[in-house]
Design a protein around this ligand. Structure first.
Ligand SMILES: [Zn+2]
Length: 87
């Protein structure tokens, strides 16, 4: 189900509700994105900054898991070679 950003019109202009923190901000507080309504994303600058730093942990964890899988595969291969050499 697509997310519909809540909007409200104040005397200063249109404000949009941030998808992440739920606060209403002027459109200037949202990053430009031509594909989005009003040419702005649904995420305020503060949340964008937070999210930009947060996913790094997730990415590092995934990278580490992958390299662990690689090294175990490498270990298997060397074991096979050893058996072949001795046998
Ligand atoms: Zn926000």
């Amino acid at each position: 189900m697509p997310y519909h950003a809540a909007e409200q019109t104040t005397e200063l202009g249109i404000e949009r509700q941030c998808r992440y923190c739920g606060e209403f901000w002027p459109l200037d507080f949202f990053e430009r994105s031509p594909r989005c309504k009003y040419g702005r994303t649904l995420e305020c600058n503060a949340c964008r900054k937070e999210r930009r730093t947060a996913p790094v942990v997730e990415a590092t964890r995934r990278k580490r898991a992958r390299s662990a899988a690689c090294s175990s595969r490498k270990a298997d291969r060397s074991r096979t070679t050893e058996q072949r050499a001795s046998g």
